[in-house]
Ligand binder design. Sequence first.
Ligand SMILES: Nc1nc2c(ncn2[C@@H]2O[C@H](COP(=O)(O)OP(=O)(O)OP(=O)(O)O)[C@@H](O)[C@H]2O)c(=O)[nH]1
Ligand SMILES: [Mg+2]
Length: 366
Amino acid sequence: MQVKTFRAPTMDRALAQVKKELGPDAIILSSGKITSSSGEQQFEVSAALDRTPQPAPPQPPAPPAAESISAEVKGDIQEIKSFLSLLISSKDYFTHLQMKEPVAELYHSLLVRGFDEKQIYILLNRAASELNGDAGDAPRLFDAFCSQMLSKMRFSRPFRGISNSSGQPTTFSFVGPTGVGKTTTLAKIAAYLKIKRQLDIGIISLDTYRIGAVDQLRTYANILEVPFSVAQSKSEFEKARIDFSHFDLILVDTTGRNFLNREHVRQLSSIFEGDRKTSHFLVLSAAAKDDDLRQTILHFKEMELHSLIFTKIDETIHHGCMLNQLLRFDYPLAFMGTGQRVPEDIEQASQKRILSFLLPVRSQNT
Ligand SMILES: Nc1nc2c(ncn2[C@@H]2O[C@H](COP(=O)(O)OP(=O)(O)OP(=O)(O)O)[C@@H](O)[C@H]2O)c(=O)[nH]1
Ligand SMILES: [Mg+2]
């Protein structure tokens, strides 16, 4: 504790000195009038300041060395920067938008559904400009939002042009994280192509990693009476494809791995290296988290994906995370898995179905 004595001709001035030197936290120990050696009347104040050492504030971690900042982190930083500048430049306008009740309501209902804040902001902004700034009419605003959202999404019909004996078979692989439904989706699509489209198809499994994976797919192939082959390496895969070269279509199942680990994507893509004949469906679960989906898609960019398939639509009531990916990336959506039943639970992606995910939850599956 630091103790100090102050003297001044008036009590106010003595107290002012205390405050000036020891600050507002000083404690007055004693005060009174004294007579100095020169016979002058003065006011004396003794004050103390508790100087218990305060713990040092935590130091921020040392910044990583410039060379260790990966391209991904740089990408994230760039995205944050552009979002911030977007927000700053349009702050007043956004505040103005937020004041309007329908905008605020729609904004919050989309946030709750798992939509990314940045995407909502961009789309709402565009919707409001489409209405010439008149965003006060809730149904019109919702319509404008939907049309803005759909204008940024793409859908694909991968098997549209394929017919019997159309020459070289088109090959489609099903890639994606563990347990998302790659094999089940392949079986659903195989049934559709074989039974509804009457196409000649072959199935190849590259999944010799998981015990039972081959048997799972072989069972489906047997039920559908579709030729089935297993390949453990790039050369075996090429051979299997030559064996199936008289078919209209070849479907390829792959091993599910944790593709947040980029090395796993590299291992998988090495099988298809230099292969221009195979198109890849990236299969993802609609119930997965936004950041995980985003990261997985980023890692798969090196495989030149044909389109996305979202499964487990039935396992979530908020489809915002799925829709974020369609807004964020340029990949089209091909199919949606809506349950475990093979072959019934699959739908062709469509604008109408996407819009149904914005309806109140109880109306989504009706
Ligand atoms: N609810 C629901 N379940 C699904 C859907 N698609 C697949 N499943 C289930 O998800 C589980 C995993 O399906 P698989 O087809 O084996 O998944 P996978 O991606 O091939 O798995 P790995 O090969 O182990 O990576 C099974 O129980 C499927 O019935 C879907 O659209 N909805
Ligand atoms: Mg599988």
